[in-house]
Design a binder for this molecule. Structure first.
Ligand SMILES: [Zn+2]
Length: 383
C-alpha cells in the first residue's frame, strides 16, 4: 500500500507543475470589465489544453446582435501552407500557425468573434449560474473552440449542399478585420472527417450537389476521427445535422440530443442553456481537435479532464471497495456520483472516503465529479 501511495503522489506532482502550453493575445472591443474578466478566464482554459508556440490572436467584439444569438466566431484560415497535413484544405490560422511553428498571418488576427451584449449574461465564472442567465465563460470557451478549427464550411442553399462556398455576404452586416478569402469550394479539415451513417465520406460527394444537401439535413452525420472515437467508447461521435439547415449551426456542432445538458460532451452542441455552466470542452471535443491536427497538452486529459486537480482512485480494478479523493476545496464539490455505463447513478460517493462496491455487478463504471467550476469523469472497473 505504501508503494502505491508513493506512485500516486508522483502523479499528483507532475499534474500540479504542468505549465500552460498555449498563449492568447486578446483585443477587446466594447467590453465591460466584468465581461472581459469572464472572457479572459475562458481563454485561460484553452491555454492548458492545446499546444502552440505561436500566440493565438483574438479580436472579440461585445455588441448588440440578433436577439437569441449568443455569439458567432470567424476563424481566419490558411490552406496549402508549408507543412499542411492535408492539401487543398482549410485550416484555422491558429492551427496552421501551431503546425508551421511560425506566424503565417502577421498583421491579421486568428479568431474574430462577436458576443451579443444584449444577453442576460452571468460574468462570475463560478459555475453557479442564476436562473435565466447565460454563463459568458461557457459561451466564450465554446466560441473559442470554433476559432481553433472546430468548424465546418458546409452551406445549404435551397436543396444544394456545398463545402467552401461561404461568402462574407452570408454574415453581413458582421465583418472581419482580415480579408475574407475565396474558399474555392474546399472543405475545412474538420469536414474531411464527416461521414454518413453508411460511412460514406462527405468530401467524396459532388460539391456542390443536391445529394450533399440531402445529407446535411439527414440527422445522420458522424465524425470519423480516431481520437474522437476513442473518446466516445469507440463509436463515431454524432454531428448536428438537423432537418432544417441553419447556417453556422448545422454540421459545425455535436448533436444536441446525443449530448444534452449535463453530458460531459455538451460544450460543442449548438444550443446554449440558461442557468448552466460547463468549463471543460469534454473528451470528444478534445479528440476532434487532436484529429484535425492540434497537439494537445500531453497530460492524460481524457482520464482527468480538468487540469490542476489530482484525482486518486484505488484499488482500480476493485471488487470490494474503492477509495476516492480529489484535491479541491470541500465547498466546491457539488456531487461525486458513481454511474454505470448507461450513465445511470448507482451510488453517491464522498471525497477522501472508501465506497463499498461489493454488491455491484462486474463491469465499467464512472466516478463523475461535479464541482462549481468543472466536471470530471474517472473510469473504474469492478472485477
Ligand atoms: Zn457554436
Amino acid at each position: 500500500m505504501k508503494k502505491l501511495y508513493i506512485s500516486l503522489f508522483a502523479i499528483c506532482f507532475s499534474l500540479l507543475v504542468r505549465a500552460q502550453t498555449a498563449s492568447f493575445s486578446i483585443t477587446y472591443d466594447g467590453f465591460t470589465p466584468q465581461a472581459q474578466a469572464a472572457f479572459q478566464y475562458s481563454a485561460g482554459v484553452w491555454t492548458n489544453i492545446v499546444e502552440s508556440a505561436v500566440p493565438i490572436k483574438v479580436l472579440v467584439h461585445f455588441q448588440m446582435l440578433m436577439p437569441g444569438m449568443l455569439g458567432i466566431t470567424f476563424p481566419n484560415g490558411r490552406k496549402n501552407f508549408s507543412g499542411a497535413p492535408m492539401a487543398d484544405t482549410w485550416y484555422s490560422t491558429s492551427l496552421a500557425n501551431s503546425i508551421a511553428g511560425v506566424e503565417l498571418n502577421p498583421g491579421e488576427v486568428d479568431i474574430e468573434m462577436y458576443l451579443n451584449s444584449n444577453t442576460a449574461w452571468y460574468f462570475d465564472s463560478t459555475g453557479t449560474v442564476p436562473a435565466g442567465q447565460y454563463d459568458l465563460a461557457t459561451v466564450a470557451i465554446h466560441e473559442l473552440c470554433h476559432g481553433l478549427g472546430f468548424l465546418s464550411l458546409a452551406k445549404k442553399t435551397g436543396t444544394i449542399g456545398s463545402f467552401g462556398m461561404l461568402t462574407a455576404s452570408d454574415f453581413a452586416p458582421l465583418t472581419t478585420s482580415y480579408p475574407w478569402p475565396n474558399l474555392d469550394t474546399l472543405p475545412s479539415v474538420f469536414d474531411h472527417f464527416l461521414v454518413t451513417n453508411l460511412n460514406a465520406e462527405l468530401d467524396t460527394f459532388p460539391n456542390p450537389s443536391a445529394s450533399l444537401g440531402t445529407k446535411f439535413t439527414s440527422n445522420n452525420i458522424y465524425f470519423n476521427g480516431a481520437n474522437a472515437m476513442a473518446a466516445n467508447n469507440g463509436i463515431k461521435p454524432r454531428i448536428s445535422a438537423v432537418s432544417a439547415f441553419a447556417l453556422g449551426s448545422s454540421i459545425t456542432h455535436l448533436n444536441e440530443s446525443s449530448y444534452p445538458a449535463g453530458n460531459i460532451n455538451e460544450m460543442m452542441t449548438p444550443n446554449g442553456n440558461p442557468a448552466y455552466a460547463l468549463h471543460n470542452p469534454g473528451p470528444i471535443c478534445k479528440g476532434i481537435l487532436k484529429d484535425i491536427g492540434w497537439n494537445m497538452n500531453p497530460a492524460k486529459v481524457e482520464e482527468i479532464p480538468y487540469m490542476g486537480y489530482a484525482i486518486n482512485v484505488y484499488p482500480n480494478p476493485s471488487h470490494d471497495y474503492i477509495y476516492f479523493s480529489i484535491s479541491i476545496p470541500k465547498e466546491k464539490i457539488q456531487s461525486i456520483e458513481l454511474k454505470n455505463i448507461l450513465g445511470e447513478k448507482v451510488g453517491a460517493m464522498e471525497n477522501n472516503s472508501a465506497y463499498d462496491v461489493s454488491k455491484l455487478s462486474k463491469g465499467i463504471y464512472f466516478i463523475t465529479i461535479t464541482a462549481s467550476d468543472f466536471q470530471a469523469v474517472q473510469k473504474v472497473v469492478l472485477d
